[in-house]
Design a protein around this ligand. Structure first.
Ligand SMILES: Cc1ncc(COP(=O)(O)O)c(C=O)c1O
Length: 364
């Protein structure tokens, strides 16, 4: 079965005698049990809910994993993975990270005794040398956020496994349509499903997928113990959005390539970043003031902190998504103040290019 077929063909309502074609929303907190000493298939929606179970199984299969977990946000998903660690353990991460992850590592987990060690995952020898006896988890994004550096997932997984470490990849910018980290040896895939998986900027959600039953047990324990699973209605919205993932990604990627190619021809644009896949493009305009003026003048690219919606968006990471990076981490990383991150949507490309051209002309 091809990926596009798989997106829409799966068991949408296991064991449901009514055979609905769409997964019903099980808007219930509790499920009746026949016995006080034997649980049923579902008991309590924090622990498990039929709508969530369909979503979790579906996304697990799409990622070539065996167990999926849906959370209230991407940050809740990242937090759950980090809870695998204990005080004294260390996370080794690439330096280019989403601002919220940087904040979690540097401002929350540090208080629980979990330390962050930052290195450069593009330089594999340097990254390997940064592993210490305390390192338990290697955490990376690819492409990275906001600089869109593409990391070698297979090589990073291999070097981590040589030392018995777990590897987690935030694959939000790619989705399982464009990248399946578990097939490359990675242990844990994380998504902010708020982005392309849901695709319409109407859900906040997070996903974790693994392919190891023991690891899945530990993640499930944490999901239930901490109580941050995704609510049934959000699961339904995410299931609905997922059906068009391939259509949206194809359209958005095509537009993104055209946007990147256009921007590259423009003398007013100092540099353009596009990793070759997906629908995120970066552009540097030479100064914060020029970047701000351009972003605020655009009509079709809405200023929005997130990415991955069918509507085009633009953000300035230094003052938006990455404003929360703790100052001490800024010593080892750079978030250029003239860097714009463009999330390309499904609009007609001529309209998008005309908007860009019009506002670039105003910059001079
Ligand atoms: C790459 C990446 N990972 C994780 C997150 C966090 O996800 P959420 O906002 O759904 O909590 C974001 C949010 O912007 C992100 O860009």
């Amino acid at each position: 079965m091809g990926f596009g077929t798989h997106l829409v063909h799966y068991d949408v309502a296991p064991d449901d005698p009514n055979q609905p074609n769409v997964t019903p929303i099980y808007q219930t907190a509790t499920f009746e049990q026949d016995h006080v000493d034997v649980g049923g298939r579902f008991e309590y929606s924090r622990s498990g809910n039929p709508t969530r179970k369909v979503l979790e199984d579906h996304i697990a299969a799409l990622e070539s994993g065996t167990h999926g977990f849906a959370f209230a946000s991407g940050m809740a998903a990242i937090t759950c993975v980090c809870r695998l660690l204990s005080a004294g353990d260390e996370i080794l991460a690439d330096w280019d990270l989403y601002g919220g992850a940087a904040r979690l590592f540097g401002r929350v987990l540090d208080r629980a005794g979990v330390r962050l060690n930052i290195s450069d995952a593009l330089d594999l020898d340097r990254f390997r040398a940064a592993i210490t006896p305390a390192t338990k988890l290697v955490y990376i994004e690819s492409p990275t956020n906001p600089l869109l550096r593409v990391l070698d997932l297979r090589a990073v997984a291999q070097l981590a496994h040589e030392r018995g470490l777990l590897v987690a990849v935030d694959s939000s910018a790619m989705t399982p349509y464009l990248q399946r980290p578990l097939e490359l040896g990675v242990d844990i895939v994380i998504h902010s499903a708020t982005k392309y998986l849901s695709g319409h900027s109407d859900v906040t959600a997070g996903i974790v997928v693994v392919k190891d039953a023991e690891l899945a047990k530990r993640i499930y324990f944490l999901q239930n113990a901490e109580g941050n699973a995704l609510a049934p209605f959000e699961c339904f919205l995410l299931l609905r959005g997922l059906k068009t993932l391939k259509l949206r990604m194809d359209a958005q990627q095509k537009n993104a390539i055209a946007v990147a190619e256009y921007l590259r021809t423009q003398p007013a644009v100092a540099s353009v970043g596009y990793p070759g896949f997906g629908a995120l493009v970066t552009a540097r305009l030479g100064s914060f003031e020029r970047a701000k003026q351009f972003a605020e003048a655009l009509k079709l690219f809405k200023i929005a902190v997130s990415f991955g919606s069918v509507t085009s968006g633009i953000s300035l990471p230094a003052t938006m998504s990455h404003a929360s990076v703790p100052p001490e981490q800024m010593k080892t990383r750079e978030i250029p103040r003239d860097l714009l991150r463009i999330s390309v949507g499904i609009e007609d490309i001529d309209d998008l290019l005309a908007d860009l051209a019009e506002q670039l002309a105003l910059l001079g």
